[in-house]
Design a binder for this molecule. Sequence first.
Ligand code: GAR
Length: 181
Amino acid sequence: MCSNIAVLLSGNGSNLKAIIDKGTKVSFVASNNPKALGLQIAKNANIPSYSWKNVSELEEEVLKLIIEYNVKLLVLAGYMRLLSKNFVNSLPSKFIVNVHPSLLPNYKGMNAIKQALDDSAQYTGVTIHYVDEGMDSGSIIKQNIIKINENDTEETLKDRLQKIEHRLYSDIIKSILIKNQ
Ligand code: GAR
């Protein structure tokens, strides 16, 4: 598949790694966190990587890079900043996707796994959705539900949710790219 995606991340980059391992071509990776482990994953895979702490600058530069690399889909993979209205509206609709570790609209924002546990929720899951200018609020593409066990901790739940994310997100990105060809 020759369609290009770009990835924005802030942290570990395990979703980036899964996307790379499944064979999707990543044109560049950008982060608001220069120390993000995900940037190292990009470097190890010979993918150009960039970081800007200032998110306005990051958005401005990423818009230029999207054109330069002829990017077809922008993938948020643990990018922990809200994109500006101006940035989102500068791109076509359904151009940005995100993965979130809850059954949206429940438990938006940071610490979604802890929010579900603190709420004594019986179920949680993974949501993949298009990104609009709101917080975790764009239209939902796919959700996978799992039961929360009595003895689940943040770590055990995160581990199960991320296993789902790594499979589901890569598959959905591929299918969007095929559909948009
Ligand atoms: C993922 O679990 C993703 O669902 C979550 O950040 C993690 C990043 O992990 N995203 C959000 O909470 C977005 N609101 P990774 O850096 O190992 O891919």
